[in-house]
Design a protein around this ligand. Structure first.
Ligand code: CTP
Ligand code: CA
Length: 236
């Protein structure tokens, strides 16, 4: 019944959402990871499907209780582990997508080599791990996008000062070459493991095109509204 009440303003659109956090193996029992639960990305997928979109959810290490939020006949889940796997899955799905939203937290670096046996203190190597930088997945997607495709990145931000936060967001949006950058407050009350979220959406020229807070589903709705606004502006 809820789906019937949702506006079908994403009907006919193919969208790709990445969510969760990548894990970069150190050895068979250890990894470098982060605290992203995948809740905001799962809410974005669920909201898009409810509004009529065909959705691919590229899910990096999302637990079953979070993934259940995105259960919908129009959501196809593609699980991935590492940043490299996420990059491959995103390029594949983005090829036929109208909108790409990169909500996953991607490890900036990975261990230069993953040991095939569990490392021990006896080995004397656990106190230092050589790292190499991962590819910037969303910057690559933005550089390769078709003129009609919209690419959205996320940035978790712990800066409380609004001016400093926005200035950093503008630079990050330019660096990534994305259409929209969603700045996600990552303090004690917002983001990551919390049910509530507060965001600012940065668009052309670094302007704030939308902002708001609420449940992750409320925030998802606000983000899709901003995407549709941009898409309408571009087609007129
Ligand atoms: N991202 C990506 N590939 C990476 C790192 C980040 O696609 N290797 C994406 C994230 O999914 C997110 C956006 O880039 O959508 C911003 O991530 P963030 O970590 O804030 O940006 P970085 O460029 O890694 O900058 P920072 O040094 O602040 O971590
Ligand atoms: Ca980063």
């Amino acid at each position: 019944a809820l789906a019937l009440l949702a506006p079908q303003d994403l009907a006919g659109r193919a969208v790709v959402v990445s969510a969760g956090g990548t894990r970069e193996p150190i050895d068979p029992v250890r990894f470098l990871g982060n605290r992203s639960s995948g809740r905001q990305g799962a809410a974005l997928a669920a909201e898009a499907a409810a509004r009529g979109a065909q959705v691919v959810l590229v899910a990096a290490n999302i637990s079953a209780d979070v993934l259940v939020v995105a259960r919908h006949p129009q959501v196809e889940v593609r699980p991935v582990g590492t940043a490299a796997e996420l990059g491959d899955a995103m390029r594949d799905a983005a090829a036929s997508a109208d909108v790409v939203i990169m909500a996953a937290a991607v490890a900036d670096y990975r261990p230069a080599a993953a040991a095939d046996q569990k490392l021990t203190k006896e080995d004397g190597v656990l106190d230092r791990i050589d790292l190499v930088e991962n590819e910037d997945v969303v910057a690559g997607l933005a550089a390769a996008r078709r003129p009609d495709q919209i690419v959205v990145a996320f940035a978790a931000e712990t800066l409380a000062d609004p001016d400093a936060r926005r200035e950093r967001a503008r630079r990050k949006r330019d660096r990534k070459g994305v259409d929209l950058l969603v700045v996600n407050r990552a303090d004690a009350e917002h983001g990551f493991e919390n049910a509530h979220n507060a965001v600012e959406v940065v668009g052309d020229g670094g302007s704030i095109v939308a902002e708001g807070s609420g449940s992750k589903r409320d925030v998802a709705s606000l983000i899709w509204d901003a995407v549709l606004n941009l898409s309408q502006q571009r087609s007129t």
